[in-house]
Design a protein around this ligand. Structure first.
Ligand code: NAD
Ligand code: UDX
Length: 453
């Protein structure tokens, strides 16, 4: 077993394979994609995604035992193990539109693997997929007339963007689901042997395929549910003058609850949470579990409410009109330390403010290229320098918890702004009392506002 292929060179495929290549110098690792621009970026000095430490890992491994290519057919022929990490977005058409997973990319991959294989291979689901997708895949793959048998494993990825490399090097667990047959167990062992190069055995969990597939959806649903829960409480804090950070700390110190994922915000974003919960909701509906579907759907509904509430508050505090006022968003990425903007709450905030005829400026250290795409055809201004972006603004809205926004010279920013100057802190990362003392009217999430009028 010495040749590994990954189909899909995205946020998961690229970093995951770079780490496998780094940890397993004896293996040849190749990543392929239909997107030739993406592959040439992976082969250049300017990688297609920003992720801390990724440049260094790729520099160490590329050309040694890590390769990026567009020759999908040729690389399938060479590979012993094929990871599939293509995108599985929410379906936008037909049955299940807006809820179910769009499996067309995944299925095309299965057919391409079948067409280009002349020996048995292990296929690893890395993409997040609905429960029982592996069964459908196995049916397609084993439909060939040449008697080749494929084993399909589920090995969902739990990395979070912004910490992907560290998450891959030190995972909480690696989950591998396989068939409970001799061939299934052998395939699981082959994959365990790869991870065992750097992950302790007690962290490698072996389950059946369906548990592995469902665990991934359940983990994301549980994480998102915690954020929606604290965001729901943040609305109540604003109504009662409680402070959501104090509540969060108080409940998080209960060891049964724990402190993580209890940070109130303008809403969760990212390509995974919403998509995976909607997929879970769709699956529950499919199996006739309406109450279970409704329960999880509320996590997404609460998140939408939180982002809408944030814009409503900007409007309300700025005397019920932002028409013609310059509002600057600090941050556009869905979280810090990534350039990814998929499902970023900042997209909705920008669009809602434009609907109110505000003059919207966007600043971000890494996400302006993606912002340009998200906001194409809209009259927004993109500016990487936060001081330039803030000049002449009536308000600043913090959308992303970038470290750099915590340490700006807010006196300088205040002096350059229109008065009264407003700050809406959608991440609760700034020192609100200090900003108030500088003259700002400050509106955090889930805390009383600090106003001079
Ligand atoms: P992505 O869109 O960044 O990358 C997917 C890549 O697959 C794209 O470059 C696309 O061109 C390529 N592709 C699509 N069809 C192809 C085909 N037939 N042949 C070759 N390449 C093809 O997506 P991503 O963020 O890397 O996510 C991939 C999967 O991993 C999804 O199922 C996602 O839910 C899951 N996941 C993502 C994250 C994350 O943080 N982004 C974390 C865990 C799991
Ligand atoms: C998530 C899961 O964490 C990861 O395990 C899975 O593999 C992919 O989906 P990701 O979306 O990259 O990862 O980032 P994550 O750190 O989970 O943040 C998601 C969103 O929730 C971000 O918008 C973040 O700002 C927000 N968030 C997170 C909060 O608003 N409050 C919190 O306490 C934590």
């Amino acid at each position: 077993m010495n040749s590994i292929l990954c189909i899909g060179a995205g946020y998961v495929g690229g970093p995951t394979m770079a780490v496998i290549a780094d940890q397993c110098p004896h293996l040849r690792v190749c990543v392929v994609d239909i997107n030739a621009d993406r592959i040439s970026a992976w082969n250049s000095d300017s990688l297609p995604i920003y992720e801390p430490e990724l440049d260094e890992v790729v520099k160490r491994t590329r050309g040694r035992n890590l390769f990026f290519s567009t020759d999908i057919d040729g690389e399938i022929r060479k590979a012993d193990i094929i990871f599939v990490s293509v995108n599985t977005p929410t379906k936008t058409f037909g049955h299940g539109a807006g809820m179910a997973s769009d499996l067309q990319y995944w299925e095309k991959t299965a057919r391409q693997i079948l067409a280009n294989s002349d020996r048995s291979k292990i296929i690893v689901e890395k993409s997040t997929l609905p429960v029982r997708t592996a069964a459908a895949m196995e049916r397609i793959l084993n439909s060939g007339e040449n008697g080749i048998q494929f084993q399909v494993l589920s090995n969902p990825e739990f990395l979070a963007e912004g910490t992907a490399i560290q998450d891959l090097i030190n995972p909480d667990r690696v989950l591998i689901g396989g068939q409970e047959t001799e061939q299934g167990r052998n395939a699981v062992q082959a994959l365990v042997d790869i991870y065992a190069n750097w992950v302790a055995d007690e962290k490698i969990l072996r389950t059946n395929v369906w548990s592995a597939e469902l665990s991934k959806l359940a983990a994301n649903a549980f994480l998102a549910q915690r954020i929606s829960s604290i965001n729901a409480i943040s609305a109540l804090c604003e109504a009662t003058e409680a402070d959501v950070d104090e509540v969060s700390r108080a409940i998080g110190l209960d060891s049964r609850i724990g402190p993580k994922f209890l940070k109130a915000s303008v809403g969760f974003g990212g390509s995974c949470f919403k998509k995976d919960i909607l997929n879970l909701v769709y699956l529950c509906g499919h199996y006739g579990l309406k109450e279970v579907a409704d329960y999880w759907h509320q996590v997404v509904a609460m998140n939408d409410f939180q982002t809408d509430r944030f814009v409503d508050n900007i409007l309300k505090q700025m005397f019920n009109t932002v028409a013609g006022k310059k509002i600057t968003l600090f941050g556009f990425a869905f979280k810090a330390n990534t350039g990814d903007t998929r499902e970023s709450p900042a997209i909705k905030v920008a669009k809602n403010l434009l609907t109110e005829q505000a003059c919207v400026w966007v600043s971000d250290p890494k996400a302006l290229n993606n912002a340009k795409q998200d906001l194409r055809d809209l009259a927004v201004h993109l500016e990487s320098d936060p001081y330039v972006a803030a000049t002449g603004s009536h308000a600043i809205a913090v959308m992303t918890e970038w470290q750099t926004y915590r340490t700006l010279d807010y006196q300088r920013i205040y002096d350059s702004m229109e008065k009264p100057a407003f700050i809406f802190d959608g991440r609760n990362i700034l020192n609100h009392r200090e900003l108030f003392n500088l003259g700002f009217n400050v509106f955090p999430i889930g805390k009383p506002g600090l106003t001079h009028f």
